[in-house]
Design a protein around this ligand. Structure first.
Ligand code: MG
Length: 151
């Protein structure tokens, strides 16, 4: 799964930085930006559910902001802070997502970082079909999810 706009709430911090640092052309070029992001609603629970499920082997697949070299460290720190150290072992930072193999890619973009070349199924996060984490988990594992919720 992707980080920005899927696990990480990029937009809220972007708007905060815009107000704090109006001179910045790219808010995400400022050191600290990526570590400051909050998780998207349901993302932490969604990731943990996938980690615990015997049916999935989840990895985090994020493209770097190459012109902000701090992002490579901050993404790693963000993952440990919000998802735990086990998740840090599952962090892949790659400018071309097509080079990785998986059954699914959960991403808010269909193109730009190799998403369109990814061999698995692309779940378009933020779209009408997959507006949030609940809709993704419902699609990936409705039976297991219902059991977990006790429904
Ligand atoms: Mg993204």
């Amino acid at each position: 799964m992707d980080m920005d706009f899927v696990l990480c709430d990029f937009m809220t911090t972007h708007l905060e930085y815009k107000a704090l640092y109006p001179e910045l052309m790219y808010t995400h070029s400022k050191p600290g930006f990526f570590l400051d992001l909050n998780p998207i609603d349901g993302a932490v629970e969604g990731f943990q559910w996938l980690m615990e499920s015997p049916h999935f082997d989840p990895y985090i697949l994020t493209a770097p902001s190459v012109r902000n070299p701090h992002c490579y460290t901050e993404k790693r720190l963000w993952v440990e802070k919000h998802l735990g150290i086990a998740a840090a072992y599952r962090l892949i930072i790659s400018p071309n997502k097509a080079l990785n193999i998986g059954a699914y890619l959960i991403d808010d973009n269909l193109t730009g970082k190799g998403q369109d070349g990814f061999a698995g199924e692309l779940l378009h996060f933020g779209s009408e079909r997959f507006p949030d984490w609940d809709s993704v988990l419902d699609y990936l594992g409705p039976e297991q999810k219902r059991q977990k919720k006790g429904a």
